[in-house]
Write a protein that binds this ligand. Structure first.
Ligand code: BG6
Length: 484
């Protein structure tokens, strides 16, 4: 048997993509509540369409309905959580990765006291998970922060936000210490360079001309410091707790063996590793510091910041993996979309309808690379395939393509474990259909459970098991033996 005993099989979601109830229970507006649905978006636009302006934010604040803003309604997990967790329990989940909406606990981020109704909501979720024998893995910041902090401070650019986040995290640790052992600080911390608003509340038109990148890296530095301080706090408040970083693993191959392509690829991969390097090794990589110097990027650090990073590194490394990319110096090649990134198309790989190239071997390669680099236990916290599923008249969804996708990726995990990689869990993205992070579509479906709702919010919200539901249940019940 390759998968270790106690392997954490499960699924992952984010509060802003499932909960809905954006104005219920005292919740404040969050940055996710600004995201609008883009109809007929072309594949090329997925990578960059998240850009937000002061004007769009004002519009969102003036229009307090969910009509144009699908993340405000999610899949109404807020009212369906018992039913949904029961379905996860039926599949035999050992773990469930979720996030706590900061704006449910501190609606503007700056209240003195937390919002009790928000805290109670998560109490109930954790109780329900416990009842179903499911271990929570909690992300403190998953593409969600109080909108008020973005507007007032330009998000994480301002050091003040570090204190607000510490206050929020402390409340979470103290309140949920009996329920939650595994914590992640920032989801895909590297994504700050791709969509600074969604990740860190940084509004591009509020950045001084030509200084957007400097503002972003300053915000990132604040997140690094906050992540380290929160790791320390978590260890102090919850003995035996485990804190992980979370990286978008953007595995990139040279498009050809031309040394120029190889060099460009190397740089792209190092740029990706940088974000986890800081949290695992506790320091900025020298090559990155040199790059900042070359590009005139100055980062304000307070005395003691570097010590904070060095003294509070993470316990494990978690990551998302959906696809691989290729890189080339030639600029006339066909490109393909990916997890809010673009790459040169790999002729050897098939693509999803959204242009993400399917590469299970790339997952094995990623596991080996990460384990070799960090020597830390690994946790896959996102992996899956967005498709346009069809609910047939008999109330079924036949999704052999999803089974095929997962099977090939699980085999790749098994192979990596056999080669010695320490992988202790896997949470699929996502066990239930939800609102897409990048496009706000509902029609980009990831789940083992179908949710009857379309892109415009029409539907009964009824849940249906897809064929993949029973298949995954079997994989979990046999700890992966059924794959063979
Ligand atoms: C990851 C995010 O990058 O990709 C998730 O952490 C997101 O929040 C997932 O949902 C899939 O991306 P998308 O855009 O298809 O929802």
């Amino acid at each position: 048997m390759s998968f270790p005993k106690g392997f954490l099989w499960g699924g992952a979601v984010a509060a802003n993509q499932v909960e809905g109830a954006f104005n219920v229970g005292g919740k404040g507006l969050s940055v996710a509540d600004v995201a609008t649905f883009k109809k007929d978006l072309s594949v090329e636009d997925y990578a960059g369409h998240n850009h937000v302006s002061t004007e769009k934010i004002q519009y969102a604040m003036d229009h307090l309905t969910d009509d144009e803003f699908p993340k405000r309604r999610g899949i109404d997990f807020y009212h369906h959580y018992k039913e949904d967790i029961a379905l996860f329990g039926e599949m035999g989940f050992k773990a469930f990765r979720m996030s706590i909406a900061w704006s449910r606990i501190f609606p503007t981020g700056e209240e003195e006291e937390p919002n009790e109704e928000g805290l109670t909501f998560y109490d109930n979720i954790f109780k329900e998970l416990k009842k179903n024998g499911i271990e929570p893995i909690v992300t403190l910041s998953h593409y969600e922060m109080p909108l008020a902090l973005a507007v007032k401070y330009n998000g994480w650019y301002d050091r003040k936000v570090v204190d607000c986040f510490l206050k929020f995290s402390k409340v979470c640790f103290e309140r949920y210490k009996d329920y939650v052992k595994y914590w992640l600080t920032f989801n895909e911390i590297d994504s700050i360079v791709r969509h600074p608003f969604t990740t860190a509340g940084i509004i591009p038109d509020r950045c001084p001309e030509g200084k957007e990148l400097e503002v972003i890296y300053q915000g990132l530095h604040h997140q690094f410091v906050a992540s380290a301080l929160v790791t320390k706090l978590c260890h102090e408040i919850i003995p035996g707790s485990q804190v992980g970083c979370m990286l978008t693993k953007l595995t990139c191959y040279p498009n050809t063996c031309k040394p120029d392509d190889v060099e460009k690829t190397l740089k792209r991969n190092l740029d990706n590793y940088f974000f986890a390097d800081v949290q695992v090794f506790g320091k900025y990589p020298p090559l990155i510091l040199k790059r900042f110097e070359r590009e005139g990027i100055h980062i304000e650090m307070l005395p003691g910041d570097l010590e904070i990073l060095a003294e509070n590194t993470v316990d494990f490394v978690s990551f998302s993996y959906y696809m691989s990319l290729t890189e080339a110096v030639r600029t006339d090649q066909e490109t393909t979309a990916g997890n809010t990134v673009m790459g040169v198309k790999n002729p050897y790989l098939p693509s999803t309808e959204w242009g993400w190239q399917i590469d299970p071997l790339g997952l094995k390669i990623s596991l080996i690379e990460l384990y070799d680099r960090y020597n830390k236990p690994l946790l896959i916290v996102e992996n899956g395939m967005g498709t346009k599923d069809v609910l047939t008249e008999d109330g079924k969804v036949h999704d052999p393509y999803r089974i095929e996708y997962f099977k090939s990726h699980f085999k790749a995990m098994e192979a990596a474990i056999e080669e010695g990689v320490e992988l202790f869990g896997y949470t699929s993205w996502a066990p239930i259909d939800l609102v897409s992070a990048s496009t706000s579509q509902m029609s980009k479906r990831y789940g083992f459970i179908y949710v009857d709702q379309d892109d415009f919010g029409n539907g009964t919200l009824k849940r249906y098991k897809k064929d993949s539901f029973d298949w995954y249940k079997d994989v979990i019940a046999t700890n992966g033996e059924s794959l063979n």
